[in-house]
Design a protein. Structure first.
Lengths: 115, 114
């Protein structure tokens, strides 16, 4: 069964500090992995997408990594800001038996950045 | 920018009432989805549609139905609301082609069933 596990479930950090969120998956065959950011009371918004051939990708202060061999991804946030407080959801796309693409969602990591 | 608009941000209904949640997208996306989001469970797919009048069951379709009469509009229907359907409902849309389709979400509809 396809699964996506995220850790930690929640995290509290001081403003200005760095943090790393983890995503482990068992989706196979793998197509791509997206990180979404969901502000409280809002819908998720895509931060970045990682494909099989990509190891690292940056989007401002956000850097995502992918190790397709160990089926792990991380999202590193540098110099955190109060606006980074949100839930971060890892979503993995895999090829289903019917030839279409199926999305498997992680349960998210809730990040709180405090002054 | 893609915009996905959900008709109601907050609803309070009584057990047994019929509930309509509407979603409209303005980017001519073929695919539309309804998810529910609960603490500790993450997002779970209720139904999706890849074309007008087409619908497919997701992981938790029981107690729900959907309607897609126009490409831009996807409605979620709770025929007889129950307390265990209290949740945040999220609509999303995406292009049909390719594995890297990004989901564009609405702001969500928080439903409370008393």
């Amino acid at each position: 069964k396809n699964q996506v596990e995220q850790s930690p479930q929640s995290l509290i950090i001081l403003e200005g500090k760095n943090c790393t969120l983890q995503c482990n998956y068992t989706v196979s065959p793998f197509s791509n992995l997206r990180w979404y950011k969901q502000d409280t009371g809002r819908g998720p918004v895509s931060l970045t997408i990682m494909t099989f051939s990509e190891n690292t990708k940056s989007n401002g202060r956000y850097t995502a990594t992918l190790d397709a061999d160990t089926k792990q991804s991380s999202l590193h946030i540098t110099a955190s800001q109060l606006s980074d407080s949100a839930s971060y959801i890892c979503v993995v796309s895999g090829l289903s038996g019917a030839g279409s693409y199926q999305l498997t969602f992680g349960k998210g990591t809730k990040l709180s950045v405090i002054p | 920018d893609v915009k996905v608009t959900q008709s109601s941000r907050y609803l309070v209904k009584r057990t047994g009432e019929k509930v309509f949640l509407e979603c409209v997208q303005d980017m001519d996306h073929e695919n539309m989805f309804w998810y529910r989001q609960d603490p500790g469970l993450g997002l779970r797919l209720i139904y999706f549609s890849y074309d007008v009048k087409m619908k497919e069951k997701g992981d938790i379709p029981e107690g729900y139905s959907v309607s897609r009469e126009k490409k831009e509009r996807f409605s979620l229907i709770l025929e007889s609301a129950s307390t265990n359907q209290t949740s945040m409902y999220l609509c999303a849309s995406s292009l049909r082609q390719g594995p890297s389709r990004e989901l564009f979400f609405g702001e969500g509809s928080r439903l409370t069933v008393l």
